[in-house]
Design a binder for this molecule. Sequence first.
Ligand SMILES: Cc1ncc(COP(=O)(O)O)c(C=O)c1O
Length: 303
Amino acid sequence: MADDWPQALLQRIVFPWLVDARIELAVLRLDCIDPSVNGNKPFKLAGYLAEARARDADTLISLGGPYSNHLHALASVGRREGFHTVGLVRGHPCRTPTIDDLEACGMHLHWLGYQGYRERHRPGFWDDWLARYPTAMEIPEGGGGLMGAVGCSPIVDLIRKSLHAVDWPEYDQIWIAAGTGTTLAGLVLAEAGAHPVVGALAVPCDHGVPENVGQIFAAAMRTNMRYRLVDASRRGFGRVDDELLGFMRTCEAQCGVPLEPIYTAKTLLALKQAVEANALEAGSRIVFVHTGGLQGRRGFDVY
Ligand SMILES: Cc1ncc(COP(=O)(O)O)c(C=O)c1O
C-alpha cells in the first residue's frame, strides 16, 4: 500500500489566529493516502494484517459503533486484501452511511446491544467469538494495543521525509487527536524524546487514555516518554456543539482541508485555544496530523 502514497503529504496552512501569534502550522494529510483506508487506520491495522497472514487466518473480527472509522477501514482493507470480515457492532440495528458501506464491503455484522458491547472486557469474550469463527483473528477495538501503536511509528518518518514540501528544516511539536491514545503512543515511541507530541483528547480526561498509553510504553519496555494530553473533548466523546461546527466550517473555508467534528476539528480547536492562551512560543513550527475519519462526517448535519 505504502508505495502508492503521495510523497509530499505535508501542507502549510495559515489561520489568522496563527499569524497573530507568529506560529507556523503544517498538516500531514493522512486523509489523502487512499480513498477508503486512510488517516491513522492503515498504520494501526498494518501489524494486525501481517499477523493474520502469518497465522493463516482468513477472517478478521473486530468491534465498533455504527459510525466506526475503524470498522469502516477494516471492511475495506479486508475486501481488498482477501479477508472475510466480521463486525461486532455496539447498539441495536440501525442504518447509517457507515453501516451501508460495511455491508457493501461484505462485512458480516452482529449487533451486540449496549450491555452486550460492554461485555467486550469480560475474560473469555473473544473465545466465544473465535469458537464461532475458528479461522478468524480478533483485532482489539479501534486497532489498539502495542501492535497498533508500533504500526503508527512510521508516521514520524513521513513527517521527516515531507518537511522539504513546506520548506522547514525542522519542526517543534506534533499535535494529534487521541481516542485511545494508541496512535499518539506510536508517534511518541518513534520520536523517542526528539520532539514533544501533544494528544488532543477526543474523550473526557477520565476515559483511561494515560493508562492505555502507559500500558503500551510498558509493553514496549520504554520509560520517560515525552508527551502531553490536552482536553479537546468538549465534555463528551462524539459531542458536537455550534461553536465547534462553526469553527470547523471557518477552518475549512480558510485552508481548504476537509475536517470532521469528532477528532480533527476538535484537535485544531484545542490548538487555537492553546495559541490564544500563549501556551506556544512565537516562531514554533507545529505539525498537525490529520488522522482521517471523514467518512464519519456523513453522520452530522455539518452545513
Ligand atoms: C479519525 C480518527 N482520528 C483519531 C483517532 C484516535 O486514534 P487513537 O484511538 O489511536 O487515539 C481515531 C480513532 O481511531 C479516529 O478514527
